[in-house]
Ligand binder design. Sequence first.
Ligand SMILES: Cc1cc2nc3c(=O)[nH]c(=O)nc-3n(C[C@H](O)[C@H](O)[C@H](O)COP(=O)(O)O)c2cc1C
Length: 188
Amino acid sequence: MTSTLPLISRISTPCKHLGDPGPDRQLLLSLLAEAVHVPDHGRLRPWRFILIEGEARARIGETLFRRVQEAVPQASATRLEKEQTRFSFAPCIVAVVLTPVKGHKVPEIEQLLSGGALCMNLLHAAHQAGFGAQWLTGFAAYDREVLAAVGVAEEENLLGYIHIGTRRESPPERERPDPAELLTVAAP
Ligand SMILES: Cc1cc2nc3c(=O)[nH]c(=O)nc-3n(C[C@H](O)[C@H](O)[C@H](O)COP(=O)(O)O)c2cc1C
């Protein structure tokens, strides 16, 4: 797989604007191979993936709908509909799971950072392969019942759902920070 798309052209595509086709299994594995080219202090590999595709998307959407209804009784019909359909657009959703190694000399915050960098790598890999993608969390990332329905264990954390598919609409570019304004130079 070769691509010349510069990373600076990456932009998130809202998941509702993603559709078929997504990457097939072989291409997905090569995107994940790029994603795991990530700094990993201590080579702990404190992360894993769960692929959500096909019928699993509707099943998890139903669990999410029910759990938001239970936990947020004041949730509007619009919010509930959004939650129910959240997983129905992109054909390929990769749940990136942190499997922290407890009590290791590499602090858990560094393991978390490695997992975050992995999510970003996956967004870049999807972009370079010509797909649209979006990193989402929300209620679905923190409710233990939803997480159990996805396959995330109690001792694990969900770092992000990376929705990947073909863009139905191109998102407008938005203003980005000016790096010159963020940069200071340390005193010699
Ligand atoms: C950890 C993390 C979680 C996010 N969760 C959500 C989310 O639940 N809902 C949402 O609308 N955007 C979420 N975002 C923001 C989008 O992924 C994305 O950054 C945003 O749409 C801006 O697009 P950009 O990537 O082109 O800057 C999250 C971003 C990060 C880094």
